[in-house]
Design a protein around this ligand. Structure first.
Ligand code: ADQ
Length: 473
């Protein structure tokens, strides 16, 4: 079987052969081990001078990482990727800025990375590129003469054409995406937005089998919703239940109910609205005073991007205000923890809570929602309150789905979740576990790679036909 080459902005750091990060990293690493291959991307370091990739082999997997100069980091990562694409793709074009120099830096880094990867490639490798940092990566490789099959998966939402058009080089970006052989999205809605752009803005066509024809290229475009391993998570959650932090959380609750939220600290996650809806619950239903607490775990990310500093201040202010308004000597309504936790511990914490409160304003998928459900004790499961704007809402039929812009509706959903009878909680939980098992992380990966391999087979057959035709002529 061909080797797999994974390209992502960050190469997940590994500990004893296992990725320290969750979800995606685990799925990708398993695939790499199956066929052998290379994981290529940024090391996370900034360096004075660009240099060749650092190569590290672990079994049949090679990690090839490169540093970015300060200028590359500022323009490609902090600039165009995270200050233009991230907000716009999350429908926050009010927070997005466009700077030509940054876009030039984004293209430059994509090209530099492509040149570096080219040196590591073999003719029958298949290449799987991840996320918005690398939209033009295939085009760069193709310009360098690389003919290998290339697939792309977008982890974040793909906006509707009207919103995408607010990014000035939108057409160049979409055209570049058409250099891939397979383009994958988290949801049907994202896939449809891409196809709408192609059909209305790029004079392209799409057919029912998911093939798109645009800019002189044929590519497969489909939704591949990312999954988790629900049974492994359930096991870890049960096993870690007696760990010290989990015990102290349990003891601290003293019979109170617990609503739990875990996110990266990001404006797309709807944290302020979430706190305000919890406040509304306390206002509307004073019977819950002293009987329910919200634990929000949100470690800061991208803290050198200005918008992220603002959201942190804002959120701390809101938590303080709400606590000041309602707290009693023995009860703090909101516990806001600004740190990361070990994954297994986090799953065990989820299992202690009665409500999982996952209400992003926009999210590609949101793995926390899936992890929350998987962590529950099937005999006494908690209830998931989930935003309709998380990709996960298409897949978790047992959740209480809310509009995160409607604080009253969220407050009502919290109350309903807190009071839900056991039989209904159990039914909802099993309604969600079944599809999560069917569409677990391996299914996501294998379906995507299966499609990429069939495109590869089809194009190698086509190439042979062309060669035979050349000889015959
Ligand atoms: P993220 O925006 O990072 O991912 P999410 O899908 O929720 O969002 O994944 C976060 C992961 O980090 C989860 O596995 C979670 O357990 C973990 N995590 C979060 N907070 C943590 C903490 N405090 N301590 C430890 N671990 C923590 C992007 C997209 C999503 C998409 C994923 C995967 O934005 O929409 O679901 O990629 O494709």
């Amino acid at each position: 079987m061909s080797r797999l080459i994974v390209v992502s902005n960050r190469v997940a750091p590994t500990q004893e052969g296992r990725p320290a990060a969750g979800g995606l990293a685990i799925g990708v690493l398993d695939a790499l081990k199956e066929t052998g291959g290379v994981w290529f991307g940024w090391s996370g370091e900034t360096v004075a001078e660009p240099s060749a990739p650092v190569i590290e082999k672990q079994g049949n997997v090679t990690y090839a990482t490169v540093g970015l100069t300060k200028r590359d980091y500022d323009q490609y990562y902090r600039g165009f990727s995270n200050a233009t694409l991230w907000p716009t793709f999350h429908y926050r074009n009010d927070l997005s800025r466009y700077d030509r120099q940054e876009y030039a830096g984004y293209l430059r880094v994509n090209l530099t990375l492509a040149k570096q990867l080219k040196e590591l490639l073999k003719p029958d490798d298949i290449i799987w590129v991840h996320d918005y940092h690398l939209l033009p990566f295939a085009r760069c490789l193709r310009e360098l003469g690389v003919k290998n099959p290339m697939g792309f998966f977008l982890h974040i939402p793909f906006p509707v054409p009207e919103v995408l058009r607010t990014v000035p080089p939108h057409e160049e970006l979409v055209k570049a995406m058409c250099s891939y052989d397979v383009v994958g999205f988290q949801t049907e809605a994202d896939r449809q937005s891409f196809v709408d752009y192609i059909e209305r803005g790029a004079h392209g066509t799409s057919s029912e089998d998911g093939m798109v024809h645009a800019y002189n290229r044929f590519l497969k475009v489909a939704a591949y919703p990312i999954g988790i391993y629900p049974d492994a998570i359930a096991k870890a959650a049960a096993q870690f239940t007696d760990r010290k932090p989990v015990k102290s959380l349990r003891d601290g609750m003293r019979g109170r109910k617990l609503i739990m939220s875990v996110d990266r600290l990001d404006y797309s996650k709807g944290l302020v609205e979430r706190f305000q809806a919890f406040e509304r619950l306390l206002l509307n239903a004073p019977g819950w005073h002293g009987r329910v607490s919200l634990v929000q775990i949100a470690p800061p990310t991208r803290s050198d991007v200005q918008t992220y500093q603002r959201i942190r201040q804002n959120l701390e202010g809101e938590a303080g205000r709400i606590n000041g308004r309602f707290a009693q000597l023995d009860w703090t309504p909101i516990q806001y923890l600004n740190r990361k936790y070990d994954r297994n511990l986090l799953m065990a914490l989820f299992r202690q809570s009665q409500v999982g409160y996952v209400t992003p304003l926009r999210d590609g998928m949101n793995l926390v929602a899936k992890e929350y459900v998987a962590s529950q004790d099937p005999a006494d499961p908690g209830v998931l309150v989930l935003s309709q704007f998380a990709g996960a809402a298409e897949q978790l039929p047992g959740a209480l789905v809310v509009n995160p812009f409607d604080l009253s509706q969220m407050a009502e959903a919290l109350e309903r979740a807190l009071s839900m009878p056991l039989a209904e909680r159990q039914a909802r939980h099993s309604d969600m576990m079944a599809p999560m098992r069917e569409n677990n992380l391996s299914v996501w990966r294998d379906t995507f790679l299966g499609d990429l391999r069939s495109v590869a087979r089809a194009s190698s057959v086509a190439e042979k036909v062309v060669k035979v035709a050349d000889v015959t002529i």
